[in-house]
Design a protein around this ligand. Structure first.
Ligand SMILES: [Zn+2]
Length: 508
């Protein structure tokens, strides 16, 4: 008999709602007995149930197995089965209170959602934003980092579509998706020919006169995890990153604002790790499916915590451990101690620049002494995604210091849907702290550290951005809004030498 150890091993099939009542009754009797019948005919029961209650399990099978189902018997822990049953019960209740006629409406909803997602992907959107106000639902797509309004739809229709699709197809509905509750859920659908699997992460948050629903779209399958060389980095930055990955221990932290590709960089780094090294990644939610990485979904909703799980997975003998984000002191401390005990730990953190990561960790409650242990940091990375100028409508203007530079068109054109932008480019800085750097950290003299780095000719994000500005790929004003210290440098007469000091490779 196959033993199921994780919910994810079951795929996306759900508890058969017709059999649910019988399963609940059986599973409510004693802790060691539990059964769930799945929509594809699989009967999942605990080892004790199979041993002691075989007759009853057979009769559930007999009563509910439809002719199109193939009976398969599986064994799982009571915990897994009860989790399935609770979720199924939640779905059933939500349907009853909302009066959704499941089959007909769910199919219609799924079709409508598919249409919307197909349209969004055709326009290269990464997210669909639905903002509800009054009777209307305003639908916008995030394309190249900018929100582009698509039009208004009927509110009831749109919320029913999303809710129904989530109710019937969600993999991890920790909450039932409901207008009145904060909730998040993930569903996977196939669209197009040849079919392409799209993972949709739905998140709802309240706003002034209603709420916004954000559907983050993610293509699953080949070519989805980018290679380091595909991120558009300068060759020197790729070398730097490979140096980081060769470290056997220490912390690698990637910083930047939300939506600026930190997770993508982390995934690309994974792709560059040789097969001989084991990578375990703790994530909430899992944003990019990475076949070679042991990805574990940590549900804060279920009271799990990165810090605790980090200690647990160290026993599974990984070479590299990843945490999707460090956002509290406990996680930061667990990451640091893993790094000091011979692991390479990689994570992301909110900070303005590479040096700023230290300030952020200090703010989270780590002492300067904790942070100043030589060799602790394998590397500090900061990055931004900058809008790439539309080749069809960009134009030249004279800049007071830099001379003629390409600018973004305000009106845009058809090719860029009136935005003046097509895609984004990544700028970054990679800081590999040397022994002397830890002296600055011990005294939290970050300004002094920055000064020293500058004297040594360290390439910052601003340098990297200038590379793209001079190549005509980025508008200097767009870059200035996103890259710290750039605007000032762009208008200072003396900065041209300083910023231009790094080698500029111009495209042919
Ligand atoms: Zn254009």
């Amino acid at each position: 008999m196959v033993i199921i150890e994780q919910l994810s091993d079951l795929g996306y099939s759900q508890v058969d709602l017709d059999a649910l009542e019988a399963c609940l009754a059986f599973s409510g009797k004693q802790d060691i007995y539990a059964v769930a019948m799945l929509t594809d005919g699989r009967l999942l029961a605990t080892a004790d149930s199979w041993r002691d209650q075989f007759g009853e399990l057979q009769s559930i099978c007999f009563d509910y197995l439809r002719s199109d189902m193939q009976a398969t018997w599986l064994q799982a822990t009571p915990h897994i089965i009860r989790e399935l049953l609770t979720d199924a019960d939640g779905i059933r209740r939500a349907r009853q209170t909302r009066g959704i006629e499941q089959d007909a409406n769910a199919n219609l909803a799924l079709h409508t959602l598919r249409d919307m997602v197909t349209d969004a992907l055709n326009k290269q959107a990464t997210d669909i934003h639905i903002r509800l106000a009054g009777f209307m639902a305003r639908i916008s797509y995030r394309i190249d980092g900018l929100l582009v309004l698509q039009g208004n739809r009927n509110r009831v229709f749109v919320t029913e579509v999303v809710a129904a699709a989530l109710h019937t197809h969600s993999e991890d509905h920790a909450d039932i998706f409901d207008e009145r509750q904060v909730s998040a859920a993930t569903i996977t659908i196939d669209i197009g020919t040849p079919a392409q699997t799209i993972r949709i992460r739905a998140q709802k948050s309240p706003c002034r006169d209603g709420f916004t629903m954000t559907l983050r779209l993610q293509r699953i399958g080949q070519g989805q995890v980018p290679q380091l060389s595909e991120l558009g980095l300068a060759a020197e930055r790729i070398l730097d990153l490979n140096v980081l990955l060769a470290s056997s221990n220490g912390v690698i932290l990637i910083s930047g604002p939300t939506g600026h590709g930190k997770t993508t960089t982390l995934a690309a780094l994974n792709g560059a790790v040789p097969d001989t090294r084991k990578v375990i990644s703790l994530e909430d939610p899992i944003e990019i499916i990475q076949p070679r990485v042991d990805q574990k979904y940590i549900s804060h909703h279920h009271g799990q915590h990165f810090a605790d799980m980090l200690k647990v997975v160290l026993r599974e003998d990984p070479d590299i451990v990843e945490v999707s984000e460090i956002r509290d002191r406990e996680t930061a401390e667990a990451a640091l101690s893993a790094a000091l005990t011979g692991h390479l730990v990689a994570s992301t953190i909110h900070a303005t620049d590479a040096v700023g990561v230290i300030a952020r960790l200090h703010d989270l409650g780590l002492s300067a002494l904790q942070l100043a242990q030589p060799g602790l940091f394998a590397g500090l990375i900061a990055q931004r995604l900058l809008p790439r100028l539309c080749e069809d409508c960009k134009h030249r203007e004279v800049h007071p210091v830099w001379g003629r530079l390409w600018r973004r068109s305000q009106e845009g054109c058809e090719a860029c849907q009136g935005t003046g932008i097509q895609g984004r480019v990544m700028v970054c800085e990679v800081l590999i702290p040397k022994d002397e750097s830890y002296g600055f950290i011990r005294h939290m003299d970050l300004q002094g550290w920055r000064q020293q780095l500058q004297n040594q000719g360290w390439i910052t994000m601003a340098h990297d951005a200038v590379r793209f500005i001079r190549r005509g790929q980025v508008d200097w004003q767009d870059a200035g809004e996103l890259v710290p210290g750039l605007t000032n440098a762009m208008i200072r007469k003396d900065a041209r030498n300083e910023l231009g000091a790094c080698k500029i490779t111009t495209t042919a």
